[in-house]
Write a new protein. Structure first.
Lengths: 153, 250
């Protein structure tokens, strides 16, 4: 239902006014076949383990989410109030489908699931996340990840 | 999201991502994007729609073998509706009407009364789901009296005592306690039997237009906006959704 035309006018206008930074495309990457891919999730929903530090307004840092994290251990401290949290409250797969990704690995549709996944807070200008993105890139490479699935909130 | 994808691709990681706002994705020139026509906050679809969520996930993964260059694909299905034939959602628990109670003690008591009415459903939700999303302020449902005291106190212009387990100071603490109490209300509201799970706008409309908590959050928002503290003046946009900026009756 996120078609700007159907949102409340003030909210749609606020979304239209968000500046989008320009990025020069990187060289195109052709990943291995899905049946051989090692897949990680990267969320900008501001989620983290309950024992981890909550995100602050303007945060540009990231949190690691171990692959064996329990749904009961997941919290969301995203600063924005302009998106639904009730889906996450009822079912983590709504924003972070780790359990479903494992189902696809078990059936052979993907090769494997990464040992670690990552979370940032998407309210921040992505051009300010460069340092975190570079660190996450190094960590994904170290984990042998070939494909990252990114999800906003 | 698209910006982060570009940054990760520079590290040699192939990326595919969910796009919730197509206009943003078009502007940022994507790597591989799957635009989905779902509510903000639900990138893989509604809760407890496992087959649907799996289909979205497969649609996203399918971009890796099929996209030969920058791509925005449109996911072809709308999110399953929540029993629209049964009409608008209404909270089955009858809450006391909001009035113009002044004074922090009256406000505190009304908020405590309201939370007490919702608590059995919060506990049902917590037991059934095996989890709660409360806790971002450092406080949980066991500290609800302290949380209510902070919000009612700040809303009434009283000095506020920061609870020992709180993980932030005022005024930021007020925002995160508001988020935790909203979680308490929404987890309770979505646990009740009846017409399916309420949609996001229905929940926000209920909370901000009908509950004492919504009234208290508006009062806090207005106090923060009028504060001489610059930190406080940055917080109002993080209290009330843009779609509910205008208080009912104003």
């Amino acid at each position: 239902m996120v078609r700007l035309a159907v949102l409340p006018p003030d909210f749609a206008e606020a979304l239209r006014r968000i500046p989008m930074p320009a990025f020069e495309p990187a060289p195109w990457i052709t990943p291995p076949p899905l049946s051989e891919a090692r897949v990680a999730l990267v969320s900008t929903a501001g989620i983290h383990r309950a024992s981890d530090r909550p995100f602050d307004a303007g945060a540009t840092d990231y949190r690691i989410i171990p692959d064996d994290v329990a749904a009961a251990d997941m919290q969301m401290s995203h600063v924005s109030v302009n998106f639904d949290r009730s889906g996450f409250q009822q079912d983590v797969n709504t924003i972070f489908p780790l359990e479903l990704l494992h189902e696809l690995a078990a059936s052979g549709e993907i090769g494997s699931v990464a040992r670690w996944h990552y979370s940032l807070m998407g309210a921040t200008d992505p051009s300010e996340m460069q340092q975190s993105a570079e660190a996450i890139g190094r960590l994904l490479n170290g984990d042998g990840v070939t494909a990252a699935l990114l999800a906003p909130v | 999201m698209g910006g982060l994808a570009h940054l990760l691709e520079r590290s040699g990681i192939a990326t595919a991502y969910i796009s919730l706002i197509r206009e943003h994705t078009e502007a940022i020139r994507p790597t591989r994007a799957l635009w989905v026509p779902f509510d903000l906050g639900r990138p893989f679809g509604p809760p407890h729609e496992r087959a649907f969520q799996l289909d979205v996930l497969r649609g996203l993964l399918a971009l890796f073998p099929t996209a030969a260059g920058p791509t925005i694909a449109d996911y072809p299905h709308e999110a399953p509706a929540t029993e629209p034939d049964e009409g608008p959602w209404a909270c089955p628990v009858a809450l006391p009407a909001r009035d113009q109670a002044e004074g922090w003690e009256a406000l505190r008591q009304r908020l405590l009364d309201e939370a007490a009415l919702l608590r059995p459903w919060y506990e049902e939700a917590r037991q059934e789901r095996g989890r709660t999303s409360m806790g971002v302020s450092g406080l949980g449902a066991e500290e609800i009296e302290q949380m209510v005291a902070v919000l009612a106190g700040y809303a009434s212009g009283e000095a506020v005592e920061v609870p020992p387990k709180a993980n932030r100071d005022m005024p930021e603490l007020a925002k995160y306690i508001a988020d935790d109490l909203k979680a308490f209300y929404y987890e309770a509201a979505t646990a009740q039997p009846g017409r399916g799970s309420p949609g996001p706008l229905e929940l926000d409309r209920w909370l901000f237009h009908e509950t004492v908590l919504g009234d208290v959050i508006y009062r806090i928002r207005d106090r923060l906006a009028a504060s001489s503290d610059e930190r406080a003046r940055q917080l109002p946009i993080f209290l009330v959704p843009t779609a509910f900026t205008h208080r009912p009756g104003t």
